[in-house]
Design a protein around this ligand. Sequence first.
Ligand code: PLP
Length: 437
Amino acid sequence: MSDRRIKKAGKITSKKAPAKRKPKSTLIRTPETSRPVPSATQAGTTAKHYLSDKVGYFTESVIREMTRQAMLHHAVNLAQGFPDFSAPAEIKQAAQRAVAGDVNQYAITWGAKNLRNAIARQMGVWQKITVDPEKEITVCCGSTEAMISTLLAVCNTGDEVVIFEPFYENYGPDSVLSGAKPKFVKLHPPKEDGGEWTFDEKELRRAFDKHTKAIILNTPNNPTGKVFTRKELELIRDLCVEFDVLAITDEIYEHILYDGTEHISMVSLDGMRERTVTINGMSKTYSVTGWRVGWAVGPEKITNAIRKVHDFLTVGAPAPLQEAGAAALSLPAEYYANLAQGYRVRRDHLMPALTAAGFKCFRPRGAYYVMTDISAFGYSDDVAFAKYLVQEIGVACVPGSSFYRDPKDGARQVRFAFCKKPETLDEASRRLAKLAR
Ligand code: PLP
């Protein structure tokens, strides 16, 4: 260790250790997460401390934990967002062919050429954006890795990253791991039935300043189901341009849209081509969450940095599944129309059952989750309610607090996933009906 680092460690050991804090949900309790806080040798103790400071700031994923709880209690798992039905036969056959054809070794670190070409071609079709597959795409192990690789590639310690909350829980730990300080901007639930989640323009503006490096934007949104409108995106665009900020967009639910909503990619807006990293992947669009193939598309300079981080994190995504990805991205337009239609039917299957059971549902316009209000059940908080639901009713959901920095903000909410077979939703509905009795 260099003298400089020893000195730095010495300086910070006098502060309170994060390990003694008990975070209740995934995200650290303090908003100023990126401030270096000590761990090494605790004040007043000589015990050697093996863990990094960073891991003291977040817990394991609550979403993934709820899947384990569902298995433990033989509950219907409407917690984690993975389909319980088959992936398209064509893409499974493409994967089988790739393995049989000995595509068994490392692909090019930043992605198999076939897949990069297919991603570039489809971004042209869907977003009307010309992408250079040689210079602007990095294929990663899921969009999860694409997001953390991007943040690690662009953030310095203390940089601020704006995040709308409720937020997909990975963004909290992602910020901590990359040294960035998250700044949260509230999405407010609709006041009337069927209304939209909204944000306050002034609050958003206040979140931007000279320290802001990026905004993470997830549309269609998990957990709210919000699909950001062109007007909202233009407003965000204007702030990005004014403050010279990068947009990192998670568009993994791009094709899952309802009620005539339109997905607009931030990168397609004037002024954003050079300041947007677009993240997407196979998991949700092709019902293959376990394949771990995703990608980040961005300007060459940023892509070079992402590729370096990605290389040393994982070397590459699974090679045969990247070939299958190229086949998947070649599916006809009707595949995507059927996908959205299938999810609309599932949404309209689950929502009435939830409403009848006593939940207030916030109608999603995209993605495959319903955020609900549980006030009617009289529980002290969302975690107590989710525990009751999984253990006594036999349905797993995700406590709302895991989507907020302050657990209190999500204490009246839980999220259900409806990416399930009709019979799974039937069984869940039957069990949920017990709540109404
Ligand atoms: N981004 C969002 C908004 C998600 O909801 C999820 C999974 O639920 C992911 C990313 C994870 O995607 P991947 O499987 O490509 O890592």
